[in-house]
Design a binder for this molecule. Sequence first.
Ligand code: ZN
Length: 167
Amino acid sequence: MAVLKILTIPNPILREQATVVTSFDSNLHQILDDMTDTMYAARGIGLAAPQVGILQRIAVIDTSENKSEKIEFINPEIIAASGSTKTEEGCLSIPKYREYVNRKEKVVVRAMDRLGKQFQIEADDLFAICIQHEMDHLNGVLFIDRLSALKRQLFKRWFDREYPGDE
Ligand code: ZN
């Protein structure tokens, strides 16, 4: 078991674009196992690789009550989306801050598993929101980027108070 350090804002790695995974080897499996341990240790429902400083298109998600339904997403793509929903989100990389974000209500995602086998999954509710949140991380996007201009200003004020000295 290895719990990795979760990067928090304003770490610039969180703003980088992650690259496509091409080798489905033991190195990838180690990353996935460590990310899973890290997600559970932090009591998160999802974790994207850039959050632990790995700029690859990898995410793990488990939105189940008893933490028994983890799904690993490698090179995920949203191939269909519908509806809209507004739900309060938080992020392990932005500790203590929560705000409502607009998302698609349902998504269909195509991704690969740890062996490089492609799968497709339909998600709604919290699961769909979490997938969209984690996939944003792979593109250097954080949920605060999706807030209104006013809410973003309020966030900046909150951040300056909470983390004085950080940009
Ligand atoms: Zn996040």
